[in-house]
Each structure stands twice: as C-alpha cells, then as structure tokens.
Design a protein around this ligand. Structure first.
Ligand SMILES: NC(=O)c1ccc[n+]([C@@H]2O[C@H](COP(=O)([O-])OP(=O)(O)OC[C@H]3O[C@@H](n4cnc5c(N)ncnc54)[C@H](OP(=O)(O)O)[C@@H]3O)[C@@H](O)[C@H]2O)c1
Length: 340
C-alpha cells in the first residue's frame, strides 16, 4: 500500500511516500481502507515536534488523526463493526504510529465509528478532532447539559471565538443543532460569511467592532458558555460579556501570550474555566461525543463545504506535505487528502 511516513520530526519535507505491507488487524482492532484523510493543526505540530529534529515516538510514523473510509477486515473479538461498513475514525495516531495518511490503517475498534447512511467521507474525515473538541467544550458547563441533542441548549447563549476555524465551525453547528443562540467572533467579512453559513445567529468582527458592546447588545443577560480558541487575547472580553456562573471552555491559545488571572473579576461572576485537550479527555467524554455526533449526523446537522461555512481544500496523497503546509499556513476551511 501507499503510505506517508516520517522518521524524524521537522518541516513538511520529512514526509515521505513509501510502499508498505498491509498488516492484519490484531485482536480488538479493525483495518480501515482510508478514502479521505483529514488534516488538523495537531498533525503538523506533532510532525514538527520541538523543532530540533528529534526522533518521533515510533521509528516510522504515519501522520493525521482523522479520516474516513471502509472497514476492510476485523480482528478477533470485534463484534460491532463488519467488513464493508462505512466509517469515520478519530485519534488514529494517538500513542500509535497508525495515522490516516495511507491506504489502510489498523485501529482499536473503539476509535472507529459507523457513518450514518448518506453521510459523505468528506464529512467523516472532518469530524474527529474538530467535532469531538467542540462537543467537549459545549458539555462542560456547571448547569449542563452534559450531553448534546436537538433542544439540549435551548435558552442558552453560546459564544464561539473564531467561528471560521475548524473547531469553531463544528462548535457553531453543534450548538445551533442543540438549540442555542450562537454568537461568534471573526477577523473579517469573508469569515463572517462563512460563520453565517455555518449557522451563527450573530457575527462580531473582533478587529473592527467594539466586540464587547456588540456581544452585549445581542446578549444583554450575558453569555452562558464560551468556546475559546485564543484565551490570552480574549480573556478580558469574555469576562465582560458572560453572565454570572458562566463557563469558559479553553481548547487553544492561538496567538500566544500569557493570561494574568484577575481573581476578583472572576470571583464576582463565579466563573468556571474548563481546559479541553482531546488526547486526555477520557473514555466517557469520547463515547459521549461519538454518540451525540452520530445523532447530529443523522439529523444532517454537520455538513461541510463552502455553502456550509467550511471550504474544502483537497490534496492527493503524494502531496501530503503541501496539505500539512496549508494547515500550518492557516488555510480557511478544511484540508483533506484524497487517498482512494
Ligand atoms: N485542545 C484540543 O484538544 C484541540 C483540538 C483541536 C484544535 N486545537 C487547537 O486549536 C487551534 C485551532 O484549531 P483549528 O483546527 O480550529 O484551526 P483553524 O481552522 O486554523 O482555526 C483557528 C481560528 O482561530 C481564529 N482566531 C485566532 N485568534 C483569534 C482571536 N484572538 N479571536 C478569535 N478568533 C481567533 C482564526 O481566525 P482569525 O485569526 O482570522 O481570527 C481561525 O479562524 C489550534 O491551535 C489547534 O492546535 C486544540
């Protein structure tokens, strides 16, 4: 099979297209014939490592956590998946070298999820990291809900920072499906159009507008939950616009910077900060995400493509390095690698 691998960390040039044998799945694993591989920032960050060219955790690593395809073989003891099932996969390369930038990959069965009928591989390959992170961020509030379903967020106001990003897009879609009023921030008009297409009710340009005033105008009683991509940049804004006992779910600090915690301001509003990292979120949260995302898919709530606010950028497997570079350069939308 054709497989993209790296044996030392570094810039995208460390990625090599090689031929490898197709392995049989171990007990508890399934082999998936990957149709589309999804690329996320974590994939290039892992490939880059600390920047000193150190060895990756395995002699040879295939990158990319997300993907979609067809179950090709099942290992001993796997009963809930069968050959021919159309599936999406998540955390394919977490603590194993078996990412999705290759024609076949073997994964523990609990990282492989059946796609509802009619759901495309493009959607499937866009779910893992973004949708599961968004799901976690939307389900960590003190007042709930702990699970998402249509109606679960009725009466809640959700602020999605950076809604044109991949995680932000998924957060808008899931929050909207669950019935929230959705406010999002963006840096310009093109991204504003994308977030509106994704389903945001209110879009605030955080560069041009007085973001605090604009958000307070549409949410005079305050925001219930913030899905945060840039906590250092938005720390003060969040405190200004949230209601007492709101939650701020932080999954990234894009743009960098330190946060100096103003204890009194946070105390006055009884705020809750919940950090989110998918790799260590735990099995219960992963299972909840899988189940609720599957419900959202069955309702057709997670479309991708420009019309749905997430432009797709496609690369062939031989150009995996270009796909990684595109994500690193901040491609707006979703970068996908066509394998099949
Ligand atoms: N913790 C986790 O488990 C987890 C999971 C997934 C992703 N991540 C991390 O989350 C980050 C985003 O991932 P992604 O795939 O969504 O990337 P992405 O598609 O590149 O989106 C990032 C978005 O953040 C926006 N942004 C940056 N600074 C902002 C600010 N101050 N206010 C509002 N929006 C801002 C960007 O737009 P503008 O700059 O134009 O505003 C962009 O739309 C990455 O660092 C990634 O590694 C973490």
């Amino acid at each position: 099979m054709r497989s993209v691998v790296y044996s030392r960390t570094g810039d995208p040039s460390v990625l090599r297209l090689v031929d490898r044998d197709v392995a049989d799945p171990e007990p508890g694993e399934v082999r998936v014939r990957i149709a589309v591989s999804g690329v996320n920032p974590t994939d290039w960050k892992s490939r880059l490592g600390s920047g000193d060219g150190a060895a990756p955790p395995f002699p040879e690593v295939t990158p990319n956590q997300d993907g979609a395809g067809v179950v090709d073989a099942v290992g001993e003891g796997v009963t809930d998946l069968a050959t021919g099932d159309r599936v999406w996969v998540f955390l394919a390369g977490h603590q194993r070298p078996t990412g999705t930038a290759q024609e076949y990959t073997n994964l523990p069965a609990d990282r492989v999820v059946r796609l509802p009928a009619g759901t495309s591989f493009d959607i499937g390959a866009s779910l893992g990291i973004p949708a599961m992170t968004a799901h976690r961020a939307l389900t960590v509030s003190e007042d709930g809900p702990e699970r998402l379903h249509a109606g679960a967020l009725v009466g809640k106001v959700v602020l999605v920072a950076g809604g044109a990003g991949a995680v932000g897009h998924a957060a808008i879609q899931l929050a909207r499906w669950a019935g929230a009023t959705v406010i999002t921030t963006v840096s310009g008009p093109a991204k504003a159009a994308l977030t509106t297409a994704a389903g945001a009710h209110h879009v605030v340009n955080y560069r041009d507008d007085d973001a605090s005033a604009a958000i307070t105008k549409v949410a005079p009683d305050g925001v219930d939950l913030v899905v945060e991509v840039a906590i250092a940049a938005n720390y003060r804004l969040n405190i200004d616009v949230v209601r007492p006992r709101a939650s701020i779910a932080i999954y990234a600090n894009d743009g960098g910077g330190d946060v100096k915690l103003d204890v009194r301001q946070n105390m006055i509003k009884n705020l809750r900060y919940q950090f989110v990292l998918l790799y260590t979120v735990g099995d219960a949260a992963l299972t909840a995400a899988v189940e609720d995302i599957t419900s959202a898919l069955m309702d057709g709530a997670l479309p991708v493509g420009e019309d749905a606010g997430l432009p797709l950028h496609r690369f062939p497997l031989a150009s995996a390095a270009d796909a990684h570079q595109a994500v690193e350069d901040g491609a707006v939308g979703k970068v996908l690698i066509d394998i099949a």
